[in-house]
Design a protein around this ligand. Structure first.
Ligand code: SAH
Ligand code: SF4
Length: 410
């Protein structure tokens, strides 16, 4: 590679930061988040003969992901010797919950502590949010501690990227949510669970917490494959949405290797504006991003891409923007998700006026797009997806009151 080519390929720190740390597995690692093949290897390590491994993997998978076992002792169909051998070398640990907040509207937010690379360093924290609704209940998962990207309206974007989450830490968020919600088949119930999906409290998953999921591709893929595995957690791929800020070259791989629903954080209709709101646009401009969307595997009128559009007062909320948005998305099976901007201390942006959001939404709706305005949820606990791990302690009393008042009037 010539010098100039190398220079061209080195990341622009204004667009992408480099992770500071790698994950270092604890001495006794958790089995959560391992693919079936990896689980078989671990069984080999504790002496299970090869011919028995497939059967043992099936049993473990059932205990882990259908039953939600938290202790090897619960695994009554596994021999005591094997349970003891597993318990000596592994755990069934989920990420550690350090705080739980419950909003007046039923939204729950869990603050999770993840180990740091250097022992003794302050542990890392990410959040996971549960948002119950009338027809569904959505769990919003984080994929990274912080984010490598610097979207100017996003609180996560102001934080440095500390490290990527592992597949186990991503699947672990679903496990601990179901633990906390008592969302596993009843203990002591019949040995067979007829339909693991029936009556579940977590019905949908969105990768819309902290981080850019496509910049942690392998772990996010492995985790989502486990979450959608029919013999385990069994969430349909249509009920899982991966949100990206627009990593265009990885969109085809996301479709081919994960196959979940796609959401794209568009937020602007011109490159000039998107360059400032979502700086990754300088690398993958709007036409490149939309081309990748047009070719998203499996795209159809019944499997549309959701375009997210955060409503920023005086920045992207005019009716001219709405018209341009409709023109831009022509020909792509799409839904448009208008998100009221969720302010955070220190931001230069304001949320568009409610009236303006309604006018914008009406225009888009009349042009034939479903355009739900994402109702802010859990504002009293600052739980909106995309604005996780807000430093509530930094809010003044007046700001807290204002947020609470907003939550009450919505
Ligand atoms: N990194 C991914 C997924 C996480 S963010 C992405 O950018 O798509 C999930 C969504 O919340 C994105 O559409 C993001 O742009 C939006 N978002 C971020 N900060 C926000 C804020 N303060 N108010 C409203 N939406 C925000
Ligand atoms: Fe990262 Fe998404 Fe926030 Fe942009 S909007 S900084 S990609 S989390």
């Amino acid at each position: 590679m010539t010098m100039s080519a190398a220079a061209q390929h080195s990341p622009d720190p204004a667009i992408e930061k480099t992770p500071l740390e790698r994950y270092v597995a604890p001495a006794t690692p958790s089995l959560i988040g391992l693919a079936r093949g990896e689980l078989a290897d671990r069984l080999g390590e504790v002496g299970v003969p090869e011919r028995q491994r497939a059967m043992r993997v099936r049993q473990l998978w059932h205990w882990l992901y259908v039953r939600g076992a938290r202790d090897f002792a619960e695994m009554s169909s596994v021999s005591k010797d094997l349970r003891d051998a597993l318990a000596r070398q592994f755990t069934l640990a989920r990420p550690e919950v350090v705080a739980e907040q419950v909003s007046a509207d039923g939204t729950r937010k869990w603050l999770l502590r993840l180990p740091a690379e250097i022992a003794g360093e302050r542990a890392h924290e990410v959040e996971c949010v549960y948002i119950p609704d009338s027809d569904r209940a959505t769990l919003c998962l984080s994929s990274q501690v912080g984010c490598t990207l610097n979207c100017t309206f996003c609180h996560t974007g102001t934080q440095r990227l500390v490290r990527n989450l592992t597949a186990g830490e991503i699947v672990g968020q679903v496990m601990l949510a179901r633990d906390r919600l008592a969302d596993w088949p009843r203990q002591g119930g019949p040995p067979e669970v007829p339909d693991p999906r029936a009556g579940r409290l977590v019905t949908n998953v969105v990768m819309m917490g902290m981080g850019e999921p496509l910049y942690n591709f392998a772990a996010v893929r492995d985790a989502l494959l486990i979450i959608s595995d029919n013999e385990g957690l069994a969430l349909s791929r249509r009920r899982i949405t991966l949100s990206t800020s627009g990593v265009a070259p990885l969109i085809p791989r996301a479709g081919a290797e994960i196959g979940v629903m796609l959401a794209v954080s568009l937020h602007a209709v011109t490159d000039a504006l998107r360059d400032t709101l979502v700086p990754l646009n300088r690398k993958y401009p709007i036409h490149v991003l939309l081309d990748a969307c047009r070719n998203y595997p499996g795209l159809s009128n019944s499997r549309r891409i959701t375009f997210e559009y955060v409503m920023l007062k005086g920045i992207n909320d005019s009716l001219a923007d709405a018209r341009a948005l409709v023109r831009l998305l022509k020909g792509i099976p799409a839904k448009i998700n208008l998100i009221p901007f969720n302010p955070w201390p220190g931001t230069i942006y304001e949320c568009a006026d409610w009236e303006q959001i309604e006018k914008f939404s009406e225009y888009v709706f009349n042009a034939g797009y479903s355009s739900p305005v994402r109702t802010p949820r859990g504002r009293d606990i600052l739980a909106a997806c995309g604005q996780l791990k807000s430093e509530t302690e930094k809010l003044s009393a007046r700001e807290r009151l204002a947020l609470r008042a907003m939550a009450m009037t919505e």
